[in-house]
Design a binder for this molecule. Structure first.
Ligand SMILES: [Zn+2]
Length: 254
């Protein structure tokens, strides 16, 4: 069965058919899904969905691009939500320097605070890192992220950088981007990353794989990602599905 480790089914892109789509997943071989919070409101939605569907779990956290909304008051709300019985991780948290806002100091502050929260509650983290490899690694080392564990979602760096995250014990999230023709760097990284450390993700509604690039993504497209990883690793798609299913259970400790 397929384990989609990173979805945003609370997104408005699913307004029309959210229930029908999520309810259809198990019949189409998608056995488990972790919906990822990105803002305080999406965290609340995430928990609502996790309560509704037995096969949906949640990660609770604020995305670097949304950290301007955080303050001490609502951070304590976040800390409460994280204690929900179906919350399996703190995320997505991290640094995104592709966008100029919020400023880097704000992003770094809340990345550290949320890493601290994960440590306190003994939960893994889901890390979003874009155009910010050096600062991400520095903060992770300062905060002893190797004792926290988690996943680098939508991995977009080189194989050398993957090596650093792997040494810290992290899993690497691979999604639709690996199917893009111009994704040479990611394909090379996948070649190097041990299969035992790869987990599957969509980041839906974003990042649909070829042949649906640019369209709305969903967990139903993961077989295209599996096929490409299988081609790179020269093993059967079945094996990819089984091993990543086990990996995701270890990552989220469920
Ligand atoms: Zn995401």
């Amino acid at each position: 069965m397929i384990f989609d480790t990173h979805t945003h089914y609370d997104d408005e892109a699913f307004e029309e058919d959210r229930d029908a789509l999520i309810s259809s997943l198990s019949a189409k071989n998608v056995g488990l899904v972790v919906n990822i919070g990105a803002s305080l409101s999406s965290c609340r939605e995430t928990l609502r969905m996790a309560e509704k569907y037995p096969f949906v779990y949640g990660a609770i956290g604020v995305h670097p691009s949304e950290t301007a909304e955080l303050n001490e008051d609502n951070f304590s709300q976040l800390s409460e939500m994280v204690k929900h019985e179906k919350c399996v991780a703190v995320g997505e948290i991290g640094l995104d320097y592709y966008w100029p806002e919020p400023d880097r100091e704000t992003q770094k502050l809340w990345f550290k605070r949320q890493l601290g929260l994960a440590r306190e509650l003994n939960l893994p983290v889901v890390i979003h890192s874009r155009d910010a490899a050096n600062d991400t690694i520095t903060i992770m080392k300062d905060m002893h992220a190797e004792e926290i564990g988690g996943v680098i979602h939508c991995f977009s760096y080189t194989r050398e950088t993957a090596e650093i995250f792997l040494k810290m014990g992290f899993y690497i999230g691979i999604g639709g981007v690996v199917t893009f023709k111009n994704a040479r760097k990611i394909k090379e990284a996948v070649e190097e990353i041990p299969l035992e450390r790869i987990v599957l993700e969509t980041d839906c509604p974003y990042l649909a794989p070829v042949p649906f690039r640019g369209k709305r993504n969903s967990s139903l497209n993961i077989p295209y990602v599996i096929e490409e990883i299988a081609r790179i690793k020269q093993v059967s798609p079945n094996e990819i599905e089984e091993i990543t299913w086990e990996n995701a259970h270890r990552l989220y400790r469920i």
